[in-house]
Ligand binder design. Structure first.
Ligand code: AOF
Ligand code: ZN
Length: 339
C-alpha cells in the first residue's frame, strides 16, 4: 500500500479534480504489475496495474492493492470493480473508501458479491492524506480552502496606502517565495481576492514563474466598478466576478450574482462546489481573509514572513492556531498551518 501511495503521487498536478490513485498487483509476495492514474479522463490506476501484468494467468492467484476503492460507475472509463472481477483476481486490499457519491462503497459491495475477498482501510490515514482536497470536497460539499498571505516581521500585511505617497504595493517576501506561490497556483483550481486588493495591487493571479495549469481567477466586486484595464480582466484566463447585480458575461470573463447583504462566504463556496472547483486559495485582503478565519472556513494557511519591518500599517489576519510546519526560503519564513 505504501508503494500505491508513492505511485499515486506521480499523478500530482495531472489528475485533478480526480483523486491521485496507485495500484499494485502482488503474486506470491512479489509485485508483478503496478500503475497509477496518470491523467484526468484517462484510465484508472487498476487498469494500468493489471495491464502491466505479463502472465495474466497469475492474476487468479494474486492480490491487488489500491489506495482508493475501485470504482463502480461508468464515468470517463468503465468501472474498475468490473475489471477486477473479470480478471479473476481473488483478493483486493483497499486503502480508503471513495467518498464520491456514485462509488461510495458500491465498488466494494460489487466485488464482495462476486466472491472476492476485500480488505478495507490498510494505511487509511496515508491514503486519506493523499487526497485531502478530494475528500474535503465530497464529504463537506465545499472546496478545500487555502489561505495565503505575506506579512512583515512585525506583523503587517501592508503599509497604510490611503496616503497618496505610498500608492505602490510594497514587496514583503522574496523571489523564491514568489516561485513557491506560483507553483502552488498550478496545484489549485481557483484563487480568490477582494475588491480592494484588485484595485490597489492590480494582480494578474496567473502562473508565470512555474509551469502548469492556470487556476480560475475569482474577484469580488459588489458594485461592478472595477476598471476594465485591470490585469484580472485581460481575458487570458477564465475569470469570475461576483457582483450584487446581474451583468453580461463574455467567454473568459463571467459575472456571477451573489447577495452581498448576506454572508458571502457560503455563497462563494456553494458556487465553487456546483462548478466542481475542488480547491480555492484566498489571497486577500485582510477583511476577506479574516471573514474566512472567523467562520472557521479554512483547511490550510500559508503565511510568508518577510524580513522587513513596517512599524505601522494594515495588521495581518489572526489565526487561532500554531504552525504545523516551518520552512526557510532565504530571508523569508514560510509557516504552514493545518487545521
Ligand atoms: C478508481 N481508480 O485510479 C481513480 C478513481 O470520470 P472518471 O471515469 O475518471 O471517474 C472519476 C471518479 O472515479 C473519481 O471521482 C473517483 O470517484 C474515481 N477515481 N477510481 O477506481 C482510480 N482515479
Ligand atoms: Zn476506476
Amino acid at each position: 500500500m505504501r508503494r500505491c501511495v508513492e505511485l499515486a503521487l506521480l499523478g500530482k498536478g495531472e489528475v485533478a479534480p480526480n483523486p491521485m490513485v496507485g495500484a499494485v498487483v502482488v503474486h506470491a509476495g512479489k509485485i508483478i504489475g503496478e500503475g497509477y492514474h496518470r491523467q484526468y479522463g484517462g484510465p484508472h490506476a487498476e487498469v494500468h496495474a493489471i495491464a502491466a501484468v505479463k502472465d495474466k494467468e497469475l492474476l487468479k492467484e494474486s492480490t491487488i492493492y489500491v489506495s482508493l476503492e475501485p470504482c463502480a460507475h461508468y464515468g470517463k472509463t468503465p468501472p474498475c470493480s468490473d475489471l477486477i472481477i473479470a480478471s479473476g483476481i481473488p483478493h483486493v486490499v483497499v486503502g480508503s473508501v471513495d467518498p464520491f457519491a456514485k462509488v461510495a462503497g458500491k465498488g466494494i459491495e460489487k466485488m464482495l458479491k462476486a466472491g472476492i475477498k476485500v480488505e478495507v482501510g490498510v494505511l487509511n490515514e496515508a491514503c486519506l492524506e493523499l487526497n485531502r482536497r478530494f475528500f474535503t470536497f465530497h464529504q463537506q460539499k465545499r472546496p478545500f480552502i487555502f489561505l495565503k498571505w505575506a506579512q512583515t516581521l512585525d506583523g503587517f500585511l501592508d503599509i497604510d496606502r490611503s496616503h497618496p505617497e505610498f500608492g505602490q504595493p510594497t514587496w514583503i517576501s522574496n523571489e523564491l517565495s514568489r516561485r513557491m506561490v506560483h507553483k502552488q497556483r498550478t496545484e489549485v483550481d481557483s484563487i480568490l481576492i477582494g475588491t480592494n486588493t484588485a484595485w490597489k495591487d492590480n494582480p494578474s493571479l496567473t502562473v508565470r514563474e512555474w509551469v502548469g495549469r492556470q487556476p480560475v481567477r475569482l474577484v469580488l466586486d459588489r458594485k461592478n466598478h472595477l476598471p476594465a484595464d485591470l490585469h484580472l480582466k485581460d481575458h487570458s484566463v477564465r475569470t469570475v466576478v461576483f457582483t450584487q447585480e446581474a451583468a453580461v458575461s463574455s467567454e473568459k470573463l463571467e459575472y456571477v450574482q451573489i447577495d452581498f447583504r448576506k454572508n458571502i462566504v457560503p455563497q462563494i463556496l456553494g458556487w465553487l462546489y456546483e462548478q466542481n472547483l475542488q480547491s480555492v486559495v484566498v489571497e486577500g485582503g485582510r477583511q476577506l481573509l479574516q471573514a474566512f478565519i472567523d467562520q472557521e472556513m479554512w483547511d490550510e494557511a500559508h503565511v510568508y514572513i518577510g524580513h522587513t519591518w513596517f512599524g505601522s500599517g494594515v495588521p495581518a489576519p489572526k489565526l487561532n492556531a500554531l504552525p504545523t510546519k516551518h520552512e526557510l526560503l532565504h530571508d523569508t519564513q514560510l509557516q504552514v498551518f493545518i487545521r
